[in-house]
Design a protein around this ligand. Structure first.
Ligand SMILES: Nc1nc2c(c(=O)[nH]1)N[C@H]1C(S)=C(S)[C@@H](COP(=O)(O)O)O[C@H]1N2
Ligand SMILES: [Mo]
Length: 447
């Protein structure tokens, strides 16, 4: 293992990366502009009870500007993985190894699905640390990693990684079953990440009330059930373990709490939100995780309703709010770049309702879609079939936002449906319902 590329220098990557770089000139960093500038100017500093040190590793915003890596260690937030995969793809060879220290349990699978090669070693980090400012990390608790082959064998490459961490003075174990280790940490995360946000306090406070123990058992019970459904058996006393692990870190907040306070997005969709989605696939009820997901979103996500936004709600697992810029970023296969091909008079850009409805997870049983106008005066309730076969939501007219008199901010058109009354002007809300929703369209279809 010659060259090592650390992706990210946040609370996890910064800590482990700095230790790796301390005595190894072959460790470089792939960073975002803000952190890159800080690290270039002042280096990367770790402060902890054990002391303070600063390293000055090679760093860039594009991996092509760095030595070609043999090992890439990923430690960015789970929601940044897609972007990172795009970035590292050009420097991947058929020998490049990937190790991920990210939260969540599906990162390894997402990497395998993308690179289609046996290049992934599973990893899990146990640390509590914080970004004080870009390039400066404070470590409070722990600071160990476990790694392992997804199939469990003690491979040479796993031992190489252990050697690499150990030589840097870091504690690194081979996990017997890395998937199980990741799920065990997932159990802890699914409890204490959301709870510390909801109670706006430390782990100790969450455990201060005996009533909370029952809640912890129920949250973990749901995670264990979903894990079992995915063929990852966890211990029967998993909830007790989670509580026990907390004893040595009672005085900490959690990464979700820190993300929230720092105004960053949280990883809720990859923690409790993931449990809810997989539970739904498997037919396993996850009411507590669902409630926690909703509460965390309500608490941490800024209110994005208002002019120029589109809300999708009703019978959905996750209501969402989008603006025109977000619609433009939805997958190309759902975009209609030139609506005039379908509707002669309209020179605009739109998104197929079918693609739009893939964004919020649909609840089982929603069969109607209601398009509400901004003024609340007009609504058209289409069947799911009508909406997904014909509906296009126009979000741009002649390259700009749609003015209100022309039906902005969003205008529904339904070419082929033969009902002009279903061309809702000024759409700001799309509501999914079981059974028909509100409909103010005139009953005759003649104009
Ligand atoms: N917000 C809103 N959208 C609406 C209506 C309305 O009254 N309010 N009328 C509908 C009907 S019945 C028709 S026929 C068309 C008319 O669209 P136009 O004004 O672009 O010709 O808009 C549809 N969309
Ligand atoms: Mo109409």
């Amino acid at each position: 293992m010659q060259q090592i590329l650390m992706v990210g220098a946040g609370s996890v990557g910064g800590f482990f990366g700095a230790h790796l770089a301390k005595h190894n000139p072959n460790v470089s960093f792939l960073l975002r502009p803000r952190t890159l500038q800080a690290v270039r100017e002042r280096g990367l500093t770790i402060r902890s009870a054990a002391g303070t040190f600063t390293v000055h590793p090679r760093a860039a915003a594009d991996p092509r500007d760095l030595p070609r890596p043999d090992l890439i260690i990923l430690s960015v937030k789970a929601y940044d993985l897609e972007e990172v995969m795009d970035q590292i793809e050009p420097v991947m060879t058929d020998r490049t190894m990937l190790l991920t220290l990210q939260n969540g349990v599906d990162t390894e699978d997402r990497l395998l699905a993308r690179f289609q090669r046996d290049c992934v070693v599973g990893g899990v980090a146990f640390i509590y640390s914080k970004i004080v400012e870009p390039g400066v990390i404070e470590q409070y608790k722990r600071g160990t990693v476990a790694v392992g082959e997804l199939m469990g064998q003690r491979s040479p490459r796993v031992l190489q990684i252990v050697e690499l961490f150990t030589q840097a003075g870091l504690s690194c174990q081979v996990a017997e079953d890395i998937r199980r280790s990741k799920w065990e940490k997932m159990c802890w995360n699914c409890v204490f990440n959301p709870l510390t946000v909801i109670i706006n306090d430390r782990v100790s406070k969450a455990l201060d009330h005996p009533e909370m123990l029952g809640v912890v058992h129920q949250i973990v019970g749901e995670v264990v059930a979903v894990a079992a459904g995915l063929k990852v058996p966890l211990a029967d006393d998993m909830a007790d373990k989670v509580v026990r692990w907390s004893q040595e870190i009672l005085d900490i907040h959690t990464s979700m709490y820190d993300d929230w306070k720092a105004g960053r997005p949280t990883e809720i969709d990859f923690l409790n939100g993931y449990i809810v989605r997989r539970g739904r696939d498997l037919g396993i009820p996850t009411p507590l995780n669902e409630a926690l997901t909703a509460m965390i979103k309500a608490i941490t996500e800024r209110d994005r309703s208002g002019p120029g936004t589109l809300r999708i709600d009703g019978a959905v697992i996750q209501p969402i709010t989008l603006d025109a810029a977000a619609l433009e970023k939805l997958p190309a296969e759902h975009q209609v770049h030139d609506v005039s091909a379908l509707l002669l008079r309209v020179k605009g850009r739109g998104i197929k309702v079918k693609g739009l409805l893939e964004v919020p997870a649909l609840a089982i049983g929603a069969d109607h879609v209601t398009f509400h106008s901004q003024d609340g005066q007009f609504a058209a309730s289409l069947t799911m079939k009508q909406a997904t076969e014909h509906g296009i939501l126009i979000y741009q007219l002649e390259g700009g936002p749609i003015p209100e008199p022309k039906g902005g901010p969003f205008r529904l058109v339904t070419p082929g449906l033969g009902d002009l009354c279903a061309h809702v002007k000024g759409v700001t809300r799309i509501e999914l319902t079981k059974g028909p929703g509100k409909d103010t369209r005139p009953s005759t279809k003649s104009h």
